[in-house]
Design a protein. Structure first.
Length: 216
């Protein structure tokens, strides 16, 4: 089993509640078949809880109840599967172009019995019109100036992008401002999630999209 510290366990219990067992099984999948198939680097195994699963799961606080969430470049299910476990009220579509990752994701979804998850093998730009998302998430996909073009069109004119970013979030927003406005973004902000739970909280860029609303 992957070791978990007392502080990590406390945070995990708060986030996942009675679904903590599912989160633990997901972490075991990451540590075993996930590393064997190259989805997670072997050196990341001791940090799976803090750096990956909890880091992703805390963004659930930024997502409204009952939302349909599209996770772009889902990879090892970060943050898509973390959200599906933490929030059974959400409907998740995991968008991933690489076949080996899609196969792994489906195996994990089936093993955990996650009925609120659909795995879609395609590129984000090809999924436009096939997905009707309220929220689009992404982690470690690309710089915001490029990511905006991959995520915002999946909202069909209205919704939110919740992208996990690092310390350069504010700088990325500045560089992507024109692209975001052109695509219908009316409000962009940096949100910090998990301050009361994690030693290193998660920085998120939140883009509110409303193509019908004109910006002054």
């Amino acid at each position: 089993m992957v070791e978990i510290t007392a502080a990590e366990l406390q945070a995990a219990e708060k986030i996942f509640g009675d679904r903590l067992g599912l989160a633990q099984r997901y972490v075991e999948h990451l540590a075993t078949s996930g590393t064997e198939r190259g989805l997670i680097g072997p050196r990341e195994v001791p940090r799976l809880w803090s750096r990956h699963v909890l880091n992703c799961a805390v963004i659930e606080s930024a997502i409204a109840h009952g939302s349909h969430v599209a996770d772009v470049g889902s990879g090892a299910g970060l943050p898509g599967l973390c959200l599906a476990i933490a929030r059974p009220d959400l409907e998740l579509t995991l968008i991933e172009p690489l076949e080996r990752r899609v196969i792994w994701l489906q195996e994990v979804v089936d093993d955990l019995g996650l009925g609120n998850v659909t795995v879609m093998r395609t590129r984000a730009e090809l999924a436009v019109g096939m997905v009707d998302a309220d929220v689009v998430t992404a982690r470690a996909v690309s710089a915001l100036s490029k990511l905006a073009g991959l995520t915002i069109p999946l909202l069909n004119g209205k919704g939110e992008v919740v992208a996990i970013k690092g310390r350069s979030a504010a700088e990325e927003i500045e560089q992507a401002a024109k692209v975001i406005r052109r695509l219908g973004g009316v409000e962009t902000s940096v949100v910090v999630c998990g301050q009361e739970l994690l030693e290193e909280p998660t920085t998120v860029v939140r883009i509110v999209v409303n193509k019908q609303r004109k910006i002054a």
